[in-house]
Every structure is written in C-alpha cells, then in structure tokens.
Design a protein around this ligand. Structure first.
Ligand code: ATP
Length: 237
C-alpha cells in the first residue's frame, strides 16, 4: 500500500501534568477528507496544534516522506501543511487583501501568487468585494472564509481545519462547507476537526472519534453515522 500523506503514531500532548492526547494513531491518505470528531475537551484541537508543530508532543508524525515531529512550526512553511485555527485567527487590524498576502509572504513566485489571489477571489467572491475592509470588521462567516483563503494562498497539500462551523449561522455553515468540498474536490487533502459530527460525517469519507484524549472508534463515515454509540453520543439520537 502507498504510504499515507499523514501518518501519526502514538501521539501524546501534555499540558504540565495533564495528558490531553494519550497516544493516538491515525492516518490520512493523499486526496482523502477525514474528520476527527468528539466532545469538548476530547483533545482534537491539541492534536491539530501538535500536527502543525504549535505544541510540543511525543510520538511520530510522518508527513509525506519525512518525520516532522521534531520540527518547529516555521519549518512547515513551504511544506504545504496549513492549519486554519479554531476561532479563525485572522489579523483583525489588517485588510482582507493584506491577510491573503500574509498567506503567501514566504513565496517568491510572484506571478503565481497573483494568479492564486484570482483563484481565491473566484472561490470566495466576498473576499474580493471586501478586499480593503479590515478583517476584524467582517462577519464570523466571512472571517472563516478569509482564514481558509489565507491558508490556500500557501498552496497547501494538507489542510487542517479546526471547527470551521463554530459560531456560524446554519446558512453560513453550509456556505463554508461548500467551499471546503470544492477545495477537497480540487485534490487538497483535508483533516477536519468538528464538534458538529453530523456535518463532518456527511462531508468526509472516514472519521475518528476521540474521547478523553484517545481514539475510541475509527471507521468509514457511513459506518460511524450508523453506529449506535455515535448516534447516541454525538448525533443526539
Ligand atoms: P474543544 O472542541 O473544546 O476545543 P478539543 O477536543 O479540541 O475540545 P482540546 O482543546 O484539545 O480539546 O483540549 C483537550 C484537553 O486539554 C482539555 O482537557 C483541555 O482543558 C486541556 N487543555 C487544552 N489547552 C490547554 C492549556 N493551554 N493548558 C492546560 N490544559 C489545556
């Protein structure tokens, strides 16, 4: 079997004496869209932050042909691994256009950056309309779109999305997920963290369920959605 694009083995994350992620293993193949679901505090965000090297961790993280678990976050720039953080993390006092430019600041292929801005504007027309507006004055949904657009400016191969539906009205959630589906259809591999398990299992092909820092279930999205434990605990049935 071909090696997965992302292969995680016995990942542990600690905050002082508290172990938030207790030795989890999972993999994401190139081109897949996979979700991590679970309740508040299950360790999903800590897992994504460790993958993006924003938190120290133990265990192996293989991305492409290399191990990245000893690298600092800045070393991932240019390697095509991008995190869209919980709460979006846009630069509130910069304009929409400046935020997008920040996503490409490490790139020297200026013509292609210009082409990618066109691509992001085509995908997210609202960002073009609002190019000069300060990011902090955008609606929550628009900020989420901007956070995704900024990540796309780095031409990611693997996109880590942390709770993109959080705090958004249902119609906006639909729009954001339409964009995520489009990005996935264009070949970007996606690891999605969501508390909205119903939505996550609808758009992803596979998923992992986390509980108290461990992976307790791993299966196809269809099987997870049909699993009585998932239906009871995460789908409100
Ligand atoms: P949420 O959806 O609420 O973000 P989560 O599944 O993403 O939940 P994490 O945010 O990864 O969970 O948190 C996992 C555990 O680690 C929780 O018990 C949390 O309280 C703890 N934790 C997270 N960040 C810190 C921190 N900076 N210091 C101490 N403990 C932390």
């Amino acid at each position: 079997m071909a090696r997965a694009l992302l292969d995680v083995l016995n990942l542990e994350v600690r905050y002082g004496g508290i172990m938030a992620v207790k030795g989890i293993s999972f993999a994401v193949e190139e081109g897949e869209m996979v979700c991590l679901i679970g309740a508040n505090g299950a360790g999903k965000t800590s897992t994504l932050k460790a993958l993006a090297r924003m938190l120290p961790s133990r265990g192996e993280i293989r991305y492409g042909a290399e191990r990245i678990d000893a690298l600092p976050a800045h070393a991932l720039i240019g390697r095509g691994l991008a995190l869209v953080p919980e709460g979006r993390g846009v630069f509130a006092r910069l304009s929409v256009a400046e935020n997008l430019a920040m996503g490409a600041y490490h790139r020297r292929d200026h013509d292609e950056v210009a082409a990618d801005i066109e691509y992001v504007h085509a995908l997210l027309p609202r960002l073009k309309e609002r190019a000069r507006q300060l990011a902090g004055t955008l609606s929550g949904g628009e900020q989420q779109m901007l956070a995704i657009g900024r990540a796309l400016m780095g031409r990611p191969r693997l996109l880590l999305l942390d709770e993109p539906s959080m705090g958004l009205a249902p119609l906006m959630v639909e729009k954001v997920f339409e964009v995520i589906r489009t990005v996935a259809a264009q070949g970007v591999t996606i690891l999605l963290v969501e508390q909205n398990a119903r939505l996550a299992l609808e758009v992803c092909s596979r998923g992992y369920v986390m509980e108290s820092g461990r992976v307790i279930l791993a299966d196809s999205a269809a099987n997870l959605a049909a699993d009585p434990r998932v239906r009871h605990a995460y789908l409100g049935e």
